[in-house]
Design a binder for this molecule. Structure first.
Ligand code: ADP
Ligand code: MG
Length: 238
């Protein structure tokens, strides 16, 4: 686990200003929900933290160190997307262990980590199956398993449940909560679903046009939204 700190982070694409001067401190083990309308810069922000996008200005710090010049692997961050892109020709176990294999881990070490992650994610019975033999929820759990086995310092989630139907979303939401309670990894979770944000997060950050409108606990945002935009987004009665 590690703290994450963003200092005056900026991103421009040509003349398009996507992230303006975002500063945010995420505590070790904290679960942050990052919410905001489509196009406000959520994915861009996550990709900069992960090292998948060049930073225009400012710093990304992980565990107190500036990581701007580090590769994604060196940052020890795991990212879970909505399109989980499992390898169709590999079994669940092989999918989950693939990154460890690339990192040069031994077979017994990989097997131990995969077995442990499978138990945590209720995938033990499916380890020999191919992705095509799984339900959508099971596939999403494999995608999370692939991230968990690496024992990352930070989890970044980019709308991981948005492709699932409503019932499955509710179920997976509680699984993510349990996972976080068990492993305690610092997490930044992008969602446009305010109920997901309210139920999962220690703190919610509301982004709009690349700027933070407000950050606070779910209750703080609900009770004292800073402005009409936050109130509308969180669904406060005001
Ligand atoms: P969100 O995830 O909140 O929906 P994004 O971070 O994907 O928003 O996008 C923020 C803005 O940046 C959008 O206006 C989008 O069109 C723009 N954008 C994202 N990626 C690129 C890119 N590679 N080149 C140019 N513009 C981009
Ligand atoms: Mg996005």
């Amino acid at each position: 686990m590690a703290s994450v700190e963003l200092r005056n982070l900026r991103k421009t694409y040509g003349s398009l200003d996507v992230i303006h001067d975002v500063s945010l401190a995420v505590n070790d083990g904290e679960f942050i929900a990052l919410v905001g309308p489509s196009g406000c810069g959520k994915s861009t922000l996550l990709r900069m933290i992960a090292g998948l996008e060049e930073i225009t200005g400012g710093d990304v710090m992980i565990g107190g160190n500036v990581v701007n010049d580090m590769t994604p692997r060196e940052r020890n961050i795991a990212m879970v997307f909505q399109s989980y892109a499992l390898y169709p020709h590999m079994t669940v176990a092989e999918n989950m262990g693939f990154n460890l294999k690339l990192a040069g881990e031994t077979k017994p070490a990989i097997q131990a980590r995969v077995t442990e992650a499978a138990r945590m994610l209720d995938l033990t019975a499916f380890l020999d199956r191919k992705p095509s033999q799984l339900s959508g929820g099971q596939r999403q759990r494999v995608a999370m398993g692939r991230a968990v086995v690496r024992n990352p310092a930070v989890f970044l989630f980019d709308e991981p449940l948005s492709n699932l139907d409503a019932k499955l979303r509710v179920q997976m939401r509680s699984e993510i909560k349990t996972l976080h309670q068990n492993v305690g990894t610092t997490s930044i979770y992008v969602t446009h679903d305010q109920i997901e944000a309210m139920t999962l997060a220690d703190r919610i950050v509301v982004l709009n046009h690349g700027k933070i409108e407000q950050e606070g606990t779910p209750l703080e945002l609900y009770k004292t939204p800073a402005n009409i935009f936050v109130a509308a987004f969180i669904g406060s009665p005001a």
